[in-house]
Design a protein around this ligand. Sequence first.
Ligand code: AMP
Ligand code: ZN
Length: 114
Amino acid sequence: MEDCIFCKIINKEIPSNIVYEDDEILAFRDIHPVAPIHVLVIPKKHITSLVELEKEDEAIIGKIYGAINKIATQEGILEKGFRVIVNCGEDGGQEVKHLHFHLLGGKKMGPKIA
Ligand code: AMP
Ligand code: ZN
């Protein structure tokens, strides 16, 4: 989608530090990491947010979790654990309007998620 920064990253119009890629999914390091490991995992199809998810998109969500597992293995955080966050809409604090999963790890996360 035009004017979407993550679509531009998918199209390699904007550089990113890619850690995983397949036909349907791209994962790259967050430019402002909040944990030693902070990767954004996104569908290559432009889906604005979880609110805009259509029936046909549900399979990609499962595949994203599969990719997250692979990336966690690659990053060496599978055993110690990690956190996955999806911000949705204004109250959820979503800034980039292309569905993305934050994969956070490499440190002990606090009990608070809000
Ligand atoms: P959210 O607040 O959930 O929409 O998160 C958007 C995330 O995208 C933030 O953590 C930003 O640091 C990250 N971000 C924005 N632009 C880029 C970029 N060009 N490359 C990598 N990460 C980015
Ligand atoms: Zn997009």
